[in-house]
Design a binder for this molecule. Structure first.
Ligand code: ADP
Ligand code: MG
Length: 268
């Protein structure tokens, strides 16, 4: 049933919180090296999808499956998923006063990729290169994690973690919101560097098409009321920008809709 060529397979995912259904039919398949996007209005279930892949304990999965390289993520604790290479960049990153950025990065890399990777000149070089690519000044390393960071600094710091942790699957929840155009370009560059040409993949969650112009996702999935109603190529972002989401409110079953390999029934 599960194909070996997929990095991530989400099939028919249904989930909720305290008996309230939030997701009712999420289907996504990502191949190694691919970048996909989930787009949808506020409240459509984007963050919920990200949290469930990562293993947030508040949500209850009522049906469906989530596999990474053929392994059942839903059976695993959050830390096991993280070890396996799942990375979630938060929509609202948490400040940790007292924990310095440099220490945090070294400890994170040691925990995920091993002690050896986190020390020595190689680590210092990759840290330096990544910071340069993201326009992050050296002084950043001595600051406390997300403490007093501007919106743009928080987002760039998320991408710095992504570049150093080299996850198998990076999920980026609204990493573009609040960024100016230079910030978006920088973040997009970091994502492309971390994923393109590797066997990793990324899922970018956004409700703006702007970052997608710089990342050029392989596929875009539209989430409406907890269901993926349409999957298309990068051109779908522009169409959404122009037409909004209304034309998909009936489940995407629309006369001139192009390729859609997702569920389109509206019987909920
Ligand atoms: P999005 O990220 O697309 O804006 P969310 O996944 O955050 O949407 O939320 C989807 C729906 O689930 C919303 O109606 C939201 O109120 C509800 N929801 C999400 N998290 C919780 C929670 N912890 N408790 C109660 N309701 C929640
Ligand atoms: Mg959200």
């Amino acid at each position: 049933m599960s194909s070996n060529t997929n990095l991530l397979e989400i099939h028919n995912l249904h989930a909720g919180i305290d008996e309230t259904p939030i997701l009712n039919g999420v289907n996504i398949e990502i191949k190694p090296g691919e970048i996909h996007a989930i787009m949808g209005r506020n409240g459509s279930g984007k963050t919920t999808t990200a949290n469930i892949i990562m293993g947030h304990p508040d949500y209850e999965v009522t049906a469906g499956s989530v596999n990474l390289n053929g392994q059942d993520l839903l059976e695993m604790e959050t830390w096991e998923r993280s070890r396996l290479g799942v990375f979630l960049s938060f929509q609202y990153p948490q400040a940790v006063p007292g924990l310095q950025v440099g220490n945090f990065l070294r400890k994170s890399v040691a925990a995920i990729r091993g002690e050896d990777v986190a020390k020595g000149p190689d680590f210092r070089k990759s840290l330096k290169d990544a910071m340069k690519e993201l326009d992050i000044p050296r002084s950043f390393l001595g600051r406390y994690v997300n403490d007093g960071f501007s919106g743009g600094e928080k987002k760039r710091f998320e991408i710095l973690q992504l570049m150093l942790l080299e996850p198998k699957l990076a999920i980026l929840d609204e990493t573009d919101s609040g960024l100016d155009i230079d910030g978006i370009r920088t973040v997009a560059k970091g994502i492309n560097t971390a994923i393109r040409g590797t066997d990793s993949g990324a899922l970018i969650i956004t409700h703006y098409s702007r970052i997608l112009e710089h990342v050029q996702p392989d596929k875009i999935h539209v989430l409406i009321k907890g269901k993926i109603v349409k999957t298309g190529g990068p051109e779908l972002a522009l169409e959404l920008e122009e037409r909004g989401y209304e034309w998909l409110d009936n489940g995407g079953n629309y006369a001139d809709s192009e390729e859609s390999n997702s569920a389109v029934n509206t019987t909920d």
